[in-house]
Design a binder for this molecule. Structure first.
Ligand code: 26Q
Length: 815
């Protein structure tokens, strides 16, 4: 098959042709959505051609494959990244220009697949981009949620959730793979019977759900690889037939369809928080089981029943514990379907599954009531019990004491709960943390007892972000400046961004760097004006905190600091400061009351400042509605200051911090997660570090004697800002609106906001002074971009491959 050409002229013809064929329209009377669809379909043709070529070669591939299982993939829009990775951006840009199409308007028409909450889901998406770009054969596996993360509206000073019907107008980037549809079973009971000296297990009376995969192509940057992101959709296993219809079972059949389809209906909006909902357990088992059935089928196609080879040919990386049922499910398939014994099956699993932990917050640790698991997944439950029995027996043996108190903490089932993290640690061959500090905390605290027994399993691999989306696509101005300055080698080897370091002192380079930042602020302001009817002043310092709303991330530190600035301005007519625009982007989980209260507080602060012309000269607070991947791509390149305020020891890594840094924002942050490594890269002169260190926090937590009231009593500025939450200053109509925040901070302050406030406020003073020294600030900003290469997810994926997977890049010269 000849390769179709995708030069400017053929692109133009293709776009016009598609408009005519799909819509019966010429360009002049097509709307933006129709034009988007025509362009996306043209790009899609090119992707499909590559995909077909890749698949053909992949059929004969006999090496190892990665399955990356994650309950979330926050991919963001695909159009621009696909153009980039196909190396067609220039041709498309010229074609669009000649057709008089404004690409910025077209891009906006693509619905964003919001199939994730935050960091964990976005990490999975960055990993897919890097895997394909490094020619590593991999499949991402997840759920095709009909509704992604809710759309956030701000109404009457509060967050309101709306459904995210992202599939409403179809999805150009997916293809159903009916040939790989399979069945997943729930409920029923298990018969144990003897068959030729062998105990076998037969499942009865279960409910069947059909799992249908939809594949999304993941194109590598200038490579031949097109991996797939496989999204499983649940539907009823029984198709309705005429008999049902006539016998009055039509309604029943419809109800069955509804019951099955609900499994892939909606993404749970909880981030870093666990709730033991049965439907969620169903979701986890549903996509894990479907994925493993497929992995086994593909293995058998390649190697028959030679299961000894399985761990050499398949690696299953589980993104947190959510797909942890892969462990008992693989055992079930190997034993009940393939006839292997327990020991063989268990040995295979323990050489195949690798686990990444993403949080040390106890409220996020996944635990399921045993009774729920037993009822919903009876065979899986039996296997879990047997795993538990063997693990505990081994521990008893190890401690020479069956009653050792450590055993209960390490057991898979204890106190009527199934403890997923313990299952994953005990049965995986690798357990990794997502930053150096986090990896250390896993060893010292979270999984300390396991670490003592099996230290070789543990590692720390610092997260990364794809510099293709987060720099090349999101910030074309900076991308071009970099390439003009140091050539284009940095694209394949992002650590070469270091070559920019000497240009920190080059006046012409600085000037252009500053100009690009300013243009990005204007572009952000334009987006704001279109979306929320607001603008920002591009001459101000743009100070951004954008991430999920959570108490441990301490948006409250930022809020209190803004109130302190407001009071200084209002109290002292001679007070001046560098004018600042504070931007917040954050969704709160709908059931997380405190988080929603904090949004109310931020909106009230914004309103208070807007009312005062004097304060508005120096301050503006913007709450960006519905923060998502697309708005992040516009916001992050506009930022001067990146707020990373988590309590030390709580943010496993953070990845937003890396995106800001790469785009030339300077970080103000605690010694937590990846901030520490950013600090290692840029040095203390190019970052604002404040607050307690992890060991101090841990000491305070142990002592339990922290009294935030003492700080309230001694710090007047802070006391005033806190009091304004409840004295009618912020909420004139309802002074008690956010009183829980006030009380919490004064009497509890679980995340030591008051404790760290003084240090934060001092760091902010330095920011204010330094920003006014333009040369100094630019020097810092450029240093941040120049040192950000190590945070490319290409480095992260190489590390996973070297330390955990051992797959290697595909060598396209061999079969
Ligand atoms: C728990 C139990 C049952 C069901 C769901 C959950 C659940 C869901 C989402 C638990 C946690 C999450 C999300 C976690 C998350 O996003 N963690 C972030 O992961 C990033 C990538 O490694 C890190 O950079 C962040 O520090 C971490 O907070």
């Amino acid at each position: 098959m000849p390769t179709t050409k995708f030069d400017k002229e053929s692109i133009k013809q293709s776009i016009l042709g598609k408009l005519q064929r799909y819509n019966g329209r010429s360009l002049e009377d097509a709307n933006e959505h129709q034009i988007y669809h025509a362009i996306a379909s043209t790009v899609r043709d090119q992707v499909m051609q590559k995909w077909a070529e890749y698949r053909k070669k992949d059929k004969t591939y006999l090496g190892k494959r990665l399955y990356y299982l994650s309950v979330e993939f926050l991919t963001g829009r695909s159009l621009m990244c696909n153009m980039l990775n196909l190396c067609s951006t220039d041709a498309y840009m010229e074609a669009m220009k000649e057709l008089g199409i404004d690409w910025r308007k077209v891009v906006r028409e693509e619905p964003e697949p919001g199939l994730g909450n935050g960091g964990l889901g976005r990490l999975a998406a960055c990993f897919m981009d890097s895997l394909s770009s490094l020619d590593i054969p991999a499949m991402g596996c997840t759920i095709r949620y009909e509704y992604g993360l809710f759309r956030q509206k701000l109404l009457n000073g509060q967050q309101v959730e709306m459904p995210d019907d992202w599939l409403e107008n179809g999805n150009v980037w997916e293809v159903a793979a009916m040939e790989d549809a399979c069945e997943v079973h729930f409920g029923g009971w298990v018969e144990e019977k003897q068959e030729d000296d062998k105990l076998i297990f037969v499942e009865h009376d279960y409910n069947t759900v059909q799992a249908v995969p939809y594949d999304m192509p993941i194109v590598g940057y200038d490579t031949q690889t097109v991996n797939s992101l496989r999204m499983w959709r649940a539907k009823s296993a029984h198709s309705m037939d005429l008999k049902d219809f006539n016998s009055g079972n039509y309604i029943k059949a419809m109800q069955e369809e509804e019951l099955a389809a609900v499994i892939s209906k909606v993404l749970y909006p909880e981030d870093n928080h666990y709730e033991g909902k049965e439907l969620r357990l169903k979701q986890h088992y549903f996509f894990t089981s479907a994925t493993l059935q497929y992995a086994l089928k593909d293995f058998k196609r390649r190697f028959g029943c030679n299961f000894d080879l399985f761990p050499e040919k398949v690696t299953i990386q589980i993104n947190d514990t959510h797909p942890g049922l892969a462990i008992p499910e693989l055992m079930r398939l190997l034993m009940d379907q393939e006839g292997l014994g327990w020991d063989e099956a268990s040995a295979i699993v323990q050489r195949t599954v690798a686990y990444t932990n993403h949080t040390v917050m106890s409220e996020a640790l996944e635990r399921w009531p045993e009774e729920m698991v037993r009822k919903l997944l009876p065979r899986i439950y039996m296997i879990l019990q047997e795993i538990n029995r063997r693990v505990c027996a081994r521990l008893a043996n190890h401690y020479h004491n069956g009653m050792d108190p450590r055993i209960a903490g390490m057991a898979i089932t204890a106190y009527n709960m199934v403890h997923m993290a313990n299952l994953c640690v005990s049965m995986s061959y690798s357990v990794n943390g997502v930053s150096q500090l986090h990896g250390q905390i896993l060893k010292d605290k979270t999984f300390h007892d396991y670490y003592e027994i099996m230290p070789e399993k543990f590692s720390a691999i610092t997260n990364g972000i794809t510099h293709r989306r987060w720099l090349m696509v999101a910030n074309p101005g900076l991308r071009d400046l970099i390439t003009e300055t140091i050539g284009d080698k940095w694209i394949r080897e992002p650590e070469r961004l270091h070559d920019l370091l000497p240009y920190r002192d080059d006046a012409a380079f600085r000037e252009r760097f500053q100009r690009i930042k300013r243009d990005n602020k204007i572009a952000f302001s334009n987006m704001l004006s279109a979306r929320q009817n607001m603008t920002i002043d591009p001459n101000t310092l743009v100070d951004v905190q954008a991430k999920r709303l959570h108490e441990y991330k301490r948006q409250l530190l930022n809020a209190l600091h803004i109130m302190v600035l407001y009071n200084r301005i209002m109290d002292d007519p001679s007070f001046t400061m560098q004018p600042r625009t504070f931007v917040f982007g954050a969704k709160a989980s709908p059931a997380y009351y405190m988080a929603k209260q904090i949004i109310r507080l931020l909106l009230a602060i914004s309103k208070l400042i807007d009312k005062s012309p004097r304060a508005r000269e120096m301050l503006q607070v913007v709450f960006l509605e519905n923060y998502d991947v697309s708005s992040a791509e516009c916001l992050i390149p506009a930022a001067d200051l990146s707020e990373q305020l988590s309590l030390a020891g709580k943010e496993a890594s953070g990845t937003g911090c890396m995106k800001f840094m790469m785009n030339g924002a300077v970080t103000i942050g605690t010694m937590d997660g990846a901030n520490i490594e950013i600090c290692d890269q840029v040095g203390l002169d190019n970052i604002y570090i404040f607050g307690m260190r992890t060991n101090t926090v841990h000491d305070l937590e142990r002592e339990g004697s922290y009294q935030p009231m003492h700080i309230f009593e001694t710090n007047g500025e802070l006391r005033r800002a806190l009091t304004q939450m409840i004295d009618g200053t912020l909420f004139p109509e309802n002074a008690a609106a956010v009183q829980e925040i006030y009380h919490n901070l004064l009497f509890q302050d679980t995340y030591y906001v008051l404790k760290d406030f003084g240090s934060y406020s001092m760091a902010q003073r330095r920011v204010d002074q330094d920003y006014q020294d333009r040369e100094k600030w630019l020097h810092m900003a450029i240093t941040n971009t120049a040192c950000s290469g190590i945070f490319s997810s290409d480095r992260t994926i190489r590390e996973y491959d070297d330390k955990i997977w051992h797959i290697g890049s595909r060598d396209w010269t061999k079969r």
